[in-house]
Design a protein. Structure first.
Length: 279
């Protein structure tokens, strides 16, 4: 066990590198430790606290969770809302983002700031106010009401990131395309959109992830008819064993991780990083 002796590593690496390695280990344990523990717990057939490692591994709790009709229904419903939210938010927000990027008009900065301001207040207060309006409009417990909540949840990123992406497209490229005879729509489709695509793709990814993770507004507006994964998670934590909760957590995490890896693969790490620029 001399390999794990801290003194050996201290003298081998030197004081500075030893503490840098120690900080790196603490960082990895802090951020990835809970995820690794959840992953391990999800595949535990038998686990007793306070043991760290389960005594038996298997798929018992995966079968248990996937055989619960309400939980399976919530998974499909979450993806239904996520795809609808991403698609509709792109249709609404991309033209608005282009206008905000290309035209200066009175109140433009205030419009941009208003989207940021909406995320500065506790969401439960905003959603409670909206629920009062939704109640009068008969939108409580409806697909449309929940969808509006999800659209509001992702509105800031779907405006800010594409606006920044459109602003970074050189105006002379659009002018050259128009001089060559291309109309506004053709110029946007073949010149502006491909150049701004990394920022738009990142914004769409955030919208999808935000919709999958939205719970407060869905719980308030959607019950009892619309119960997404995050809403069902409250019941899973309270009514099911911790191993079942770990399985459901992985089901929530997996799509987000897969989406990020796919975007990294097909867009490239550098292109994806450029998409995160806010200005």
């Amino acid at each position: 066990m001399s390999f794990l002796n801290p003194k050996r590593w201290y003298h081998s690496l030197g004081k500075r590198r030893f503490y840098e390695a120690l900080l790196l280990i603490v960082f990895i344990l802090f951020f990835y430790g809970p995820l690794l523990y959840t992953f391990m717990l999800a595949f535990a057939n038998k686990y007793e606290y306070p043991s760290i490692i389960p005594s038996q591994f298997g798929f018992q709790w995966w079968n248990y969770v996937l055989n619960q009709p309400t939980l399976v229904k919530s998974i499909g419903l979450s993806f239904e809302f996520a795809f609808a939210t991403t698609f509709i938010s792109m249709i609404i927000c991309l033209p608005a983002a282009y206008v905000l990027a290309r035209y200066n008009f009175p109140g433009r900065k205030m419009v941009m700031f208003s989207f940021l301001l909406g995320n500065a207040f506790p969401k439960i207060g905003i959603y409670t106010s909206m629920a009062i309006v939704f109640y009068k409009m008969n939108l409580m417990g409806t697909f449309t009401g929940v969808l509006l909540i999800h659209l509001i949840e992702c509105m800031m990123m779907m405006i800010w990131l594409p606006t920044s992406a459109f602003r970074n497209v050189p105006a002379n490229q659009e002018e050259a395309a128009r001089d060559a005879g291309a109309g506004p729509l053709r110029t946007f489709w073949y010149v502006t959109l491909p150049t701004a695509w990394p920022g738009i793709a990142v914004a769409a990814m955030f919208a999808f992830i935000a919709s999958l993770g939205e719970s407060t507004g869905t719980l308030l507006v959607g019950l009892p008819y619309y119960r997404t994964m995050t809403v069902e998670m409250y019941g899973v934590i309270l009514d099911y064993p911790s191993t079942a909760g770990a399985v459901f957590s992985l089901i929530l995490i997996a799509p987000n991780l897969a989406l990020l890896l796919l975007m990294r693969r097909y867009l490239g790490a550098d292109t994806l990083a450029r998409g995160y620029k806010m200005g």
